[in-house]
Design a protein. Structure first.
Length: 282
C-alpha cells in the first residue's frame, strides 16, 4: 500500500471514520448516482498515482496530496496547513476545493472540520473531464487563506488516468513527515541579503562537522537534502554563505538535528560544540 493511502487510513481511523460533512449546496454533493464510482477495490492498489505538491503564500504553507482526478469518481484530498510565522499547524476551520475554467461549470467541495490540527481530508467528485484550474481555500478563525494551484487534468476515465507517472522521491533525500516537523519545532526560511548584497542565514541553520559546514535544504514538503556550504564570517547571529545556496532555497533554520543520521549525530556530539539552538528530538 502506498504511503499516501496508509496515511489516509491512519487519519480516518483516528477520526473514527467520521468524514467531514458536506454543504448541501456543494456542486455534485456526495450522493452517488448511476455511473458514479466510489469503490476503488479493483484499482492497481500498489501503484501510487496520487499527486503531491507544496505551495507557499505570504502567510502559510500548503502541502497537498490528492488522488488523480477522474470524472464522476471520488478523489481524496489530504491537506496540511502550516503557519509560516512560527511553523505550526493552523488549527480548526474547513477547506474548500474548487475546480474552474476550461469552458466548464465551476465545481466546489467543502468539509466542516480538520481531522486534527492543521490536517484536512476532503473528497472531490468532479463531474466534468478536462483541463481545470485548482484552487484550495482554508477558512479558519486563525486565518483565511487561498492557494491558486494552477492547471490540473480531470481524466474522462480511470483507464485514461493510468498514464500519470507515480510521484518521484528525490534522490538521496531525508524523509520526515510534516507532523514530525511540527513536533520538532522546525523553522524554515529563505536566505536574506545583507547590505553588502551577500546571502546570509541564521547561525542556527549551520551545522559544523570537522570544519565542514552543512545546511538542510527543503526538497519537497517532506524531503530534505543535506548540503555542504561555504561560509564567510558571522555578524549578529547571521552567517554569510558564499557557496551552496540560492535566494530561492528554503532552509531549515531550527530543528534540523531531527534529520541527522546516527553517524552524523555521533560526530556532532564528539565535536563538543556549544548548543546552537536546534531542537534535538527523535
Amino acid at each position: 500500500m502506498s504511503r499516501f493511502l496508509t496515511t489516509l487510513l491512519l487519519l480516518l481511523l483516528l477520526a473514527g471514520c467520521d468524514k467531514p460533512g458536506h454543504d448541501a449546496n456543494v456542486a455534485g454533493g456526495h450522493n452517488h448516482t448511476e455511473g458514479e464510482e466510489h469503490d476503488h477495490s479493483g484499482d492497481d492498489e500498489h501503484v501510487d498515482r496520487s499527486q503531491h505538491l507544496i505551495h507557499f503564500n505570504d502567510t502559510d504553507e500548503l502541502y497537498l496530496q490528492y488522488e488523480t482526478l477522474v470524472a464522476r469518481r471520488d478523489s481524496i484530498f489530504l491537506a496540511h496547513f502550516t503557519d509560516l510565522s512560527d511553523y505550526t499547524p493552523i488549527p480548526d476551520g474547513f477547506i474548500t476545493i474548487k475546480l474552474s475554467g476550461g469552458g466548464l461549470p465551476d465545481e466546489t467541495f467543502s468539509g466542516k472540520r480538520p481531522v486534527r490540527a492543521g490536517i484536512h481530508i476532503e473528497v472531490a467528485l468532479p463531474q466534468h473531464a478536462g483541463e481545470r484550474q485548482l484552487t484550495l481555500q482554508l477558512h479558519s478563525p486563525a486565518m483565511a487563506t487561498t492557494h491558486e494551484l494552477g492547471t490540473v487534468t480531470v481524466y474522462p476515465s480511470y483507464e485514461a488516468s493510468k498514464n500519470v507517472a507515480p510521484p518521484v522521491t528525490p534522490a538521496n533525500a531525508i524523509y520526515l513527515e510534516k507532523e514530525a516537523q511540527w513536533q520538532a519545532g522546525f523553522m524554515i526560511q529563505r536566505p536574506t541579503v545583507n547590505t553588502q548584497q551577500q546571502l546570509t542565514l541564521p547561525a542556527t541553520a549551520i551545522d559544523t562537522n570537522h570544519d565542514e559546514h552543512f545546511i538542510y535544504l527543503m526538497q519537497g514538503a517532506e524531503f530534505f537534502e543535506r548540503r555542504q556550504v561555504t561560509t564567510e564570517g558571522q555578524h549578529h547571529g547571521e552567517v554569510v554563505i558564499t557557496q551552496g545556496v540560492t535566494l530561492d532555497d528554503r532552509i531549515v533554520v531550527l530543528g534540523a538535528r531531527t534529520l541527522f543520521t546516527g553517524d552524523e549525530a555521533a560526530a556532532l556530539k564528539s565535536e563538543s560544540t556549544p548548543e546552537d539552538g536546534h531542537s534535538h528530538k527523535h
